[in-house]
Write a protein that binds this ligand. Structure first.
Ligand SMILES: N[C@@H](CCC(=O)N[C@@H](CS)C(=O)NCC(=O)O)C(=O)O
Length: 248
């Protein structure tokens, strides 16, 4: 068995991209395995039994150890590879602030992904339907989340201080999808110039654009009305629907 860490992911996934960029930024060696979310292979029982009962990516496999949930994966890598302290904090207070963001993120900005998903992807799975309630819910959560990001960025250059940390990658890749799907554009950037400046600063990092290339391409295809042939019939963005399970 190889000793190299296995990273199971899909390039359209926001939390996957955050972890992938973290791996690259910290120069941690890994083998990547793309999990084909387009077919829903991740929902098969043997996949869930082997890796993650929720069927979601990202997933990290290190020998016999399996961990999922993007902040938990990055935290494990940070500890194991003794990553530079900016990523998860040097002091107890910095570490707490970073954990605080990760918990907030899961319930707020991450849920705003519904705006992108129901506007650009849902039709490829379930065909033309009225997704307006789901889009409105995602939009509300996204807009609400942007006000928090703006407040934090009024206090420091990055979300949790003056150095980049893992929360910046989590938030950045959520916004990349919204940019790719033209959910966020000039109107939002004018409203939130601080967020735009932070977004541009992270975009300039060498790994940001390569990690985002696939979603930018797929987003552009969807904006142009080109279908993405998806054979799965379940949601990629569970928890963002108005009535849980309605688009399962
Ligand atoms: N809280 C999780 C969210 C993971 C997640 O939402 N993964 C999506 C892709 S963006 C997924 O695997 N969807 C496929 C599915 O649920 O079947 C994390 O941060 O890792």
């Amino acid at each position: 068995m190889s000793n190299t860490i296995r990273f199971l992911h899909h390039p359209t996934s926001q939390p996957c991209r955050a972890v992938q960029q973290f791996l690259l930024e910290c120069e941690i060696p890994f083998e990547e395995e793309i999990v084909d979310l387009i077919t829903g292979v991740n929902e098969q029982q043997d996949f869930k039994d082997a890796y993650n009962p929720t069927g979601q990516v990202p997933i990290l496999v290190d020998g016999d150890f399996v961990v999922w949930e993007s902040p938990a994966i990055a935290f494990y890598l940070d500890e194991k590879f003794d990553a530079p302290s900016n990523w998860f904090g040097a002091t107890a207070q910095q570490r707490a602030t970073i954990q605080q963001y990760c918990h907030w993120h899961a319930s707020f900005l991450r849920r705003g992904a519904g705006a992108f998903f129901y506007t650009r992807f849902a039709e490829c799975i379930w065909g033309k339907q009225d997704y307006s309630k789901e889009i409105a819910k995602g939009r509300y959560t996204l807009d609400d989340s942007l006000t928090y990001l703006d407040t934090w960025l009024s206090k420091s250059k990055y979300l949790c201080g003056d150095e980049i940390s893992f929360p910046d990658l989590l938030a950045y890749h959520e916004l990349v999808s919204h940019v790719a799907g033209e959910i966020i554009g000039d109107a939002e950037w004018q409203m939130y110039p601080r967020i735009k400046q932070w977004f541009d600063t992270i975009s300039e990092r060498p790994h940001s654009n390569p990690v985002s290339a696939t979603i930018m391409q797929i987003g552009a295809m969807r904006v142009a009305g080109q279908p993405i042939p998806m054979t799965r019939k379940t949601s990629l963005a569970k928890g963002t629907e108005v009535t849980p399970g309605v688009f399962s």
